[in-house]
Design a protein around this ligand. Sequence first.
Ligand SMILES: [Zn+2]
Length: 467
Amino acid sequence: MKFRPALLCLLAVFVAIGPGTSSADVPGAAKRLDSLRDQPERLRQFLRNMPKGTDLHTHLSGAVYAESMIRWGAEDGKCVDTTTFASSFPPCLPDQLPLTAALSNTVLWGQILGAWSMRGFRPDAFSGHNHFFATFDLFGPAFSGRQGDGLAQVAQRAASQNVQYIEPLITPQFGASMAVANQTGYNPDFQAMRQAMLDAGIRNAIPAASETATAAISGSWIRMGCDTANPRPGCDVLVNFDVQVLRNQPPAVVFAQLLFGFELMAADPRWAGLNMVQPEDAAYSLGNYKLHMRMVRYLRSVYPGEHVTLHAGELVPGLVPPSNLRFHIRQAVNVAGTDRIGHGADLRWERNPAQILRSMKARGVCLESNLTSNQQILELSGRRHPITDYVRAGIKVTLSTDDEGVSRTDLTGQYVKAVRQHGFGYRRLKKFANDGLRCSFLDRATKETALADQARRFRKFEANWGS
Ligand SMILES: [Zn+2]
């Protein structure tokens, strides 16, 4: 949208006096931010150093920059198709090149970066939505086996922006869940289907999923030198993982993944939460949305101590039929009983948004808001974006990146957008950062420690700007 400074100033005044914004007296830092509103680069410098607590919505593979994936793929002997730029495992076929070719061929290097991310993307017949989601299949094989390196990159980037905790999303043992689903088939009686899948040995894949977490963490520690005399700053970033369930699958496969996710969380506390991913507007995702919410509701009742966050309402008019715009957030909150929602972008097109906001507030459901992602995928930004609706309703909101590598952004970029596009002030940004930690799936004791650490970081940061 066009930048309208006068309007934003008015909005800023409104937001600054909004609920929950006066928890601390920080006039120096607040004044400093206000003085930088129209200087985006200097504003970015200021916000980069500001404590931001956490990034709660970050898909690990989507968080890695494509430059690194090309280099790792080249080191591992992977290949790339010269027409589609899809990566693949060796040996390279006649219409493929080894990825090493991209290191010396600047045209190929640029073409792959463009295909594997939003770099240089210009909307055309192939929309931002389609280009964005297509990247994952293209770079997947190149990234395969490099989760430790990817986690190190994400942790390092977090540390450099004063972030102390991340909750990357990883899909654990999809093949094992699918095999069990194919063996048992679907049963509308969830209790019976769960028992059949347990009897078929779905728990047998838990050690391998735990090993995925162990390998990612130990790989990142090696990469960052955490056990050496000179550990990189990323070593101090706390990490838990959220289970990704691929929702655009037949019902039995979705249920098997959900069941496996809950079993995994119960067995291994490093898997702190569960989420459902893939485009919400895809065939199975859209057609079975209500069924999926009932599945989550059932499994939450069986595993009441485990945490859930759901992509809900990552939709806009035109992307789906109007009838599908009216209930996704509501169902995630009221039926699935989720702890957090991701995106919540279609709020204003849902049936009775005010009631949804009241329900979220009453249940303490948090929002992970992904401003860059919504702009790129949904073309939703500025005043059309509903983040202010959530803030005014007193919902706990946190800013997150979604896919900082694919989007070519970072968490600081989200804070800059919050100021520039939505007119938020310092106290509100501070609340985003603190609410992120409050809404995290850290265990209670660690969360208390993290919030105390956050308070120390803020005192230190604010001391730079006086009173
Ligand atoms: Zn996401």
